[in-house]
Design a protein around this ligand. Structure first.
Ligand SMILES: *Cc1c(COP(=O)(O)O)cnc(C)c1O
Length: 370
């Protein structure tokens, strides 16, 4: 009994930092079942994804890096990375300027790591002079590339140059930027980078991945503070088992991700995707400025992933009413997250295009009734 199943239309676009709007073909890729033991899945789907992820991360030294997929949302992979990379006597320096940076510190504290938090505040970038001084006392540094709290792009090349200059290990939470903002981990000297399926690669949620230097990971046996989040164990399993996950893998999500990776290639790769996100962002910011909306961040720090806008000062404005009105027009936006500032956020990543943002601006114009 076979029945044709149509892929349903989404009722609205998700202008959020993930999960985000995906293509109908990515969603359709989930409409069959897979055996986690079979070559069709492990050799046919998982292993190619691991190779392609390394190629996305670096074109200059792919042979020095390896990719590990990990069940769960992005945070699970961040926790697996930190908990596996930092040895018992390691000293971790966390650079934070927002909720996701602070989450790195929270993970380190749950893991009981010896950790220093360098918090520059949500509206500032890390202090590089302070980093230069602090680096000497630490073995590992972890930082967010694009801080989703505000849309801030941290100066990753400058940070990498200081950390590598001191010969220390650099881990980057590139959750919201990987695959959407060009970057070569080998060129910059990034040792570990982490992201997830449902951000710029435009897959659906269910797993994350870490791409790291193979020689460093090889030294991490026994470091993990958790069985399920042991990145070394997961890597051993995937290498030895030719793509086999240690525990049940999110098969449908992984197959959708393979489709999403193919669509990234078809779009023209990370450079082309970055150009589309930048165009989305530019149309958004210019259109919103025309309607009197100001950005939370100065322009030079703002990335093309997600943008914070100050809430209108009118007493008649409420986020909930604005949100509901835009949703009725087919757009879902995101609440603000900056402490002490009334704001909201609009994401420009996912299967969303410049014309969608032109339509959004018209919808906002109709909704600004205050
Ligand atoms: C999305 C995101 C994460 C992971 O969040 P999950 O809810 O666990 O998927 C981590 N860091 C940043 C910067 C993010 O944008």
């Amino acid at each position: 009994m076979s029945q044709e199943i149509a892929v349903p239309e989404n009722p609205y676009l998700l202008l959020t930092p993930g999960p985000l709007s995906t293509s109908p073909t990515v969603r359709a890729a989930m409409l069959r079942d897979w055996c986690t033991w079979d070559d069709d899945y492990n050799l046919g789907v998982v292993s190619p994804i691991r190779e392609q992820l390394v190629e996305l991360a670096t074109s200059t030294a792919p042979s020095e890096y390896t990719a590990i997929l990990m069940q769960g949302s992005g945070t699970f992979s961040v926790e697996a990375m930190i908990g596996t990379a930092v040895p018992p006597r390691g000293r971790l320096l966390v650079l934070a300027n927002g909720a996701y940076g602070n989450r790195l510190a929270k993970i380190a504290s749950y893991l009981g790591l010896d950790m220093t938090l360098h918090d520059s505040g949500e509206l500032a970038r890390p202090d590089l002079a302070r980093l230069e001084a602090e680096i000497q006392d630490h073995s590992h540094v972890v930082v967010v590339h694009g801080e989703t709290t505000t849309g801030m792009m941290n100066p990753i090349a400058e940070i990498a140059s200081i950390v590598k200059g001191a010969g220390k290990c650099l881990m980057v939470d590139a959750m919201s930027t990987f695959g959407g903002v060009p970057l070569d981990v080998a060129e910059l000297g990034i040792d570990y980078i982490v992201s997830s399926a449902n951000k710029c690669i435009q897959g659906v949620p269910g797993f994350g991945f870490v791409i790291c230097r193979r020689d460093l990971l090889e030294q991490c046996e026994g470091n993990a503070r958790s069985l399920s989040l042991d990145l070394f164990g997961q890597w051993r399993g995937m290498e030895g088992g030719e793509g086999k996950w240690r525990f049940t893998s999110p098969t449908h999500t992984v197959r959708a991700f393979a489709q999403a990776m193919q669509e990234l290639t078809e779009e023209g790769g990370v450079g082309a995707r970055y150009a589309r996100y930048c165009e989305n962002h530019q149309i958004l910011v210019e259109g919103m400025a025309g309607l009197g909306f100001e950005c939370v961040l100065p322009r030079e720090w703002q990335g093309p992933i997600i943008t914070g806008f100050l809430s209108p000062e009118s007493p008649r404005y409420s986020f909930k009413a604005f949100y509901d009105a835009l949703k009725a027009h087919g757009f879902v936006i995101y609440p603000g997250k900056v402490t002490g500032i009334e704001s909201f956020r609009i994401g420009t990543i996912g299967h969303v295009f410049p014309d969608d943002f032109r339509r959004l601006i018209s919808a906002v114009e109709e909704c600004v009734a205050w």
